[in-house]
Design a protein around this ligand. Sequence first.
Ligand code: HEM
Length: 401
Amino acid sequence: MVDPPIFPFARAAGAEPPAEFAKLRANNPISQVQLWDGSHPWLVTKHSDACSVLTDTRLSKQRQREGFPEMSAGGKAAAKNRPTFVDMDPPDHMRQRNMVAQAFTKEHIESKRPEIQATVNRCLDEMIKGGCKEPVDLVEKFALPVPSECIYSILGVPFEDVEYLNSMNAVRTNGSSTAAAAANANNDLLEYLGKLVDKRTEKPGTDLMSKLVVEQLKPSNIDRLDAVQISFLLLVAGNATMVNMIALGVVTLLEHPSQLEDLNRDPSLSKPFVEELCRYHTASALATRRVAKEDITLRGQLIKAGEGIIASNQSCNRDEEVFPDPDKFDLHRKRGSEEALGYGWGEHRCIAEWLARAELEAVFSTLFRKLPNLKLGIPHSEVAYTESTRDVGITKLPVVW
Ligand code: HEM
């Protein structure tokens, strides 16, 4: 028997999703793939099947469970750490998620829009102040500071520590750091957050970390390590994804000048633009993984207990049955009732979806209106996309205006 194809598949070029997905959707929508460790989880590529997978209570998100598909040796090692809600099943999952969920509801984020807009304006002014005699890296100067400052302010991380935390985070997530340097940066971040939990225990403020300490840690619903791990999760879970979505959004608009013109004429189009951006580019494409707790049958295919499943939201976002002409970027796209799966589906759906949308909407209703001449400072063919088997993103984006 031949081995299944190696996964993750490589993107053919730039930000285009791997070509294998379209073929599998057409011919073999539930198929086995081979991961780095030789395991053979099932890959689900159709929108309707992924929605079933992500709402099936016979499937588990517990990474310590035998057979859970891990994407790297580092991931496998990290799975041994104390789990947070992202790696829990009901009822523990919602119990812990609800300890922080209030800070991320649609209504609460609506009330935070002026603050988010002020952060975007401040980061943009800061970038503009430096001038662009030489091309400026938009990733470093704008795409990174915006989401970092937003989440730090929600958590209550002091602003003077932002630079230190960003540098630790960069070492932690930067693919070119050594494993030892990444592990050290991880530990430094955890230690930093531990000290901050202690400070908030002594003298609580009004931020989310203080709320967690007062409402959960003090009454012993969780212990100190849980408080640290939950804060860590919120600090790092979505930051790289946000940075990538901002940079990808800039490039996508420059590639579609008439849609950029439409957006500049009518900034309220930033909402449908962001909706389409999060369909077209799936910057968190490998998080939606599960393992079967018992035998299940999906589209006639038996998946046995202990076998892993990867529901590819990246493939689903280009499912032609749901999104006609799926490879076309169109902010004016007519939408049916089906939603894109960029933020996942079911109970584990991104807790910060509304925050992420609000940040992206503020960015794209502002950036090109303030800098109408913004363009790449390098040829388009030289844009530094992330490694082709990793989540789609851009590591460096020189621009001028
Ligand atoms: C455009 C930006 C973002 C995208 C595309 C994104 C995508 C996702 C996806 C696909 C999942 C589902 C994982 C699953 O089913 O297992 C998820 C979960 C999650 N995201 Fe995001 N995310 C983004 C921004 C953020 C931000 C800014 C934060 C932090 C404040 C965050 C925190 C989380 C957490 C904690 C979970 C786990 C939820 C749970 O298991 O209940 N995300 N995200």
